[in-house]
Design a protein around this ligand. Sequence first.
Ligand SMILES: Nc1nc2c(ncn2[C@@H]2O[C@H](COP(=O)(O)OP(=O)(O)O)[C@@H](O)[C@H]2O)c(=O)[nH]1
Ligand SMILES: [Mg+2]
Length: 504
Amino acid sequence: MVSLLRSLMVLRIHATHRWQNASKYTRRRWTFCGVTGFLTIFLFLYSLSNYGQQHIQRLKEIGSSYRQADYKPPVVDSTNGDEPPSWEKLRKWELDLPQHDLDLPYPEGRTGRYIYFRNQIQYLGWNNQLNEVLMNTFLAYKSKRTYVFQDYHWKVDYYPWPESQVKDWPLRTPANALISGPSVGGPWDPEDPAPRSVSDDWWDTVCPEKERRIINTREVKPAIMWENGEVIFNHWVKLLGEATDRCIEIQAADREEDGFPQVFDLFLWGSDRILPLWESFRDSPVSRLLGTSPIVEAAVAKNEYLFVPRGPRPSVPAARNPFDRMFAVHLRRGDYKDACLGFANWNSTFYSWNLLPFLPDRFINPPGYTWGTNTPENVEFFLKHCLPSDASIVEQVNNARSEYAAAGKPGEHRYLDVLFLLTNDKTSWVDGLKAMFKKHGWHTIVTTSDLELDPWEKDVGMAVDMEIARRAAVFLGNGWSSFTSNINHRRLVDGKEPISIRFY
Ligand SMILES: Nc1nc2c(ncn2[C@@H]2O[C@H](COP(=O)(O)OP(=O)(O)O)[C@@H](O)[C@H]2O)c(=O)[nH]1
Ligand SMILES: [Mg+2]
C-alpha cells in the first residue's frame, strides 16, 4: 500500500513537471485527448444503462421516420404486383372445411349421400354459372343429398388479365372467393339437418370412382326437355331422392345431342318456363343464406368512401347511408354489341328472373319474327332496349329516379344523388356518359374503373360490382343479361321493391 502511494506521488510529480515544461500546443493536445477519452468512456457506460438504451431506441425511430418520407423500394417486377392470385390460402381453407371428414355421422361423412354435377356449365360468364350453382344446390337440398361445389372456370375473354400474364391454366377462381353460403360449404339454418356442401377435391375421397353411379343427361332430359321449371325440378328430385346409390355423378350428353347439357339449361333460363320455380327458390335456404364473400365485402368497404355524396346539401332530409341514395346502372357492353343482334335475330326473351311479371318495364317480344331472323324494325326495337343510346340511358335513369321518389309513402323523402355506372366496357365511352350525367345534375358519379382493387379483388371484380348494385336504392339493368338477373335475385330476396328494379 505504502509503495503504491509512493509510486503515485512520483507519477504526479513527473506529470506536473512535464506539463509545466510542455509547449502551449502540446498542452492543448493533451487537454483534447483527455476530454475526448473521458466523454467516450462516459457515453459507453451510459449506453449500457437503462436510460441510455431507451435513448438509443428513440434515436433509431427518428432516423427511420426521416428515411421513410422519401424512401423508394427497389423495383422488382414490371407488373407492379398486378398478377392473377394463386389463392393458395383460400384453397387450403376450402380443403380443410370441417365437413371434409369421413368419420362424421350421417348425413355427412362416409355414409352420407352425394350428388356431383359434372355437367355444370363452365368456361362461360360467371352469372351463367351462378344461377345454375344455386338451383343445383336447391335440387341437392330437396333430394337430401350433399351438393359438391367446384371452382369457377373463366371464359378467357372475360378474364381480367391478359393471357401473357397467366401462369396457371385453366383460368379458375375458388367458389368461396365469389360467394358465401350453403352452396359453397357454409352452414344451413341452425335447426336444419341438411348436409353441408363439400368441394370436388373431397368428392374424390368420399366417393371414389368405383362407388359412383353415373347418370348421363341423355337418360333423363329428353322426356322433360320443354316442360316448365317446376316439372323439371320435381322430376330430378324424385330421381335423385329415390335412388339408393350413395354417390351420384351427372354427366353431360354430347354437344351434338344437346347443345346445353345442363340439368337446368340455357333454354330454361332464357324462357318464362323458369318462373314457376321463383317462389320456392326465393324462399329456399339456398337463396336466403346466399352471402357475399368476405373478399367482396372487403372490396366494397374499401371503396365505399367514393360513394359519399359530394353534391350540395339536399333541400330535404336525405339518407346518411350512401347506398340508400344510390342509383346503379348496369351498362352491359363489349361482347353485347354482337350478342344484342343475336337476341334480336333469335327473338330472345329477357333472361330468367328479369322476366318476373310483377317487375316494371316488361319486354314484349314484337310479332314478325321468322326462324333465325327478324324484321329490321324489330331488330331496331331490340337494340333500343339492349344497347340503348347515351341520351336514352340518361333519360331512363332520370325518369326512374322520379318514379321511385313518387312511389314513397306520404312524407317519405327518397333522395337519390349518387350514381354508380357498372360496366364491362373497356373503352373511354363511359367518360362521355359521365359528363352527360354531370350536366343533368348528378354530382357523385362512380364507375367500375374508379374502384381501387388489389389482385384478389380484381379476380372477383364482377361480384364487387354486383354487390354494390345489389345494395343500391334503385337498379337499372339489361333484361337479357344473367348478370342483371342475379343482382335482381338478391335484391328481391332482400325485400327490395319492384319499382326499384328497372330495365331499358
Ligand atoms: N366488373 C364487371 N364485369 C362485368 C359487367 N358486365 C359484364 N361483366 C363481365 O362479363 C361477364 C358477363 O357474363 P355473365 O356474368 O354470364 O353475364 P351476361 O353475359 O350478361 O349474362 C361477367 O361475368 C363479367 O366478367 C359489369 O358491369 N362489371
Ligand atoms: Mg353470360
